[in-house]
Ligand binder design. Structure first.
Ligand code: SAH
Length: 286
């Protein structure tokens, strides 16, 4: 038999020895999820005994973490915009900086978003699409992805968060078979340059899907295509919102300018001070 204090202590030591800088936190998160407890409960009951199954389950999870697997995949979920999203190895783990893209959309469009048609390209877990469907409760939101596994996860997240009735899912390249004109095109597409892929931290490189990350020799292959197709698919006055990687602003801004139909091109920084979300409006042609 072993109790919470002892097993946490042991796991923290093992994870720290394996080089994890967040050993204690990781061990706590794994145990909280396994036991269905929150942090105060965990710290108030250090003497609570674990059953054999619980202890064995925890040891397996800690071992996966020790081998570098991200905590979100082990526990099967990640918080985004204060909602819990199911994640698995078929989807990118939603990142906090992607919340800036949502904030940017909500700076221009306000609830309830009556009549808005939104498409999220490369939806992954559905993080962007599901949050926008919740924040703009009168909008209709399409979500596309080239990965059938991602579409399945995104659908489940839409159901879990009560917005599936206003969402449509399309498996395929970029817009897939999603047709019609859009008020809002948004995407957090893959944006890692080919030559930088090998430099990603192991936890990302060994566990997250390569098709969610890699984006050709210049890292803006998807931005280029989305900006070009967006020029045809956006309504006049509609807006596009794209997440970008570090030092991609100038390139992506040039792509918008080259197209000749976009105005009001702007970029906002994330909370780490990195230029992160590009926006532009499709001009009215007259
Ligand atoms: N929007 C999610 C996931 C971003 S990762 C988030 O912000 O967390 C990028 C996603 O684009 C992955 O799910 C990947 O499968 C998808 N993708 C890659 N190539 C694509 C393509 N050609 N067409 C549509 N989606 C694509």
């Amino acid at each position: 038999m072993t109790d919470i204090r002892t097993i946490l202590h042991r796991a923290t030591r093992e994870l720290a020895a394996a080089g994890s800088p967040s050993a204690r936190l990781d061990a706590e998160v794994l145990l909280m999820r396994l036991l269905g407890m929150d942090r105060p409960q965990l710290s108030m009951h250090p003497e609570r005994e674990l059953s054999q199954e619980e202890a064995a389950g925890f040891v397996r999870w800690v071992e996966r973490r020790r081998l570098g697997e991200p905590v979100a995949y082990i526990v099967g979920g990640k918080e985004f915009w204060s909602l819990r999203f199911e994640v698995g190895r078929e989807v990118l783990i939603p990142r906090p900086e992607t919340e800036c893209l949502i904030e940017e959309v909500l700076r221009f469009y306000h609830p309830p978003g009556e009549g808005l048609r939104i498409v999220d390209i490369g939806t992954g877990s559905g993080a962007i699409a599901v949050v926008l469907a919740r924040e703009l409760p009168a909008a209709r939101v399409a979500a596309t992805d080239i990965s059938p596994g991602a579409i399945a996860v995104a659908r489940r997240n839409a159901v879990a968060h009560g917005v599936a009735g206003r969402m449509d899912f399309f498996e395929g390249d970029l817009f897939g078979t999603a047709s019609g004109d859009w008020d809002i095109v948004c995407s957090n597409p893959p944006y890692i340059r080919e030559d930088q892929y090998g430099l990603l931290p192991e936890g990302i490189r060994n566990f997250e899907p390569p098709e969610a990350l890699a984006a050709g020799p210049d890292g803006v292959a998807f931005h280029r295509r989305i900006i070009r197709e967006g020029a045809l698919r956006l309504k006049a006055g509609g807006r596009i919102f794209l997440e970008i990687g570090e030092e991609q602003r100038d390139r992506v801004e040039a792509l918008f300018r080259q197209e000749g139909v976009y105005g009001d091109i702007d970029c906002r920084k994330d909370y780490g001070g990195i230029e992160r979300v590009m926006t532009a409006r499709k001009n009215h042609q007259d």
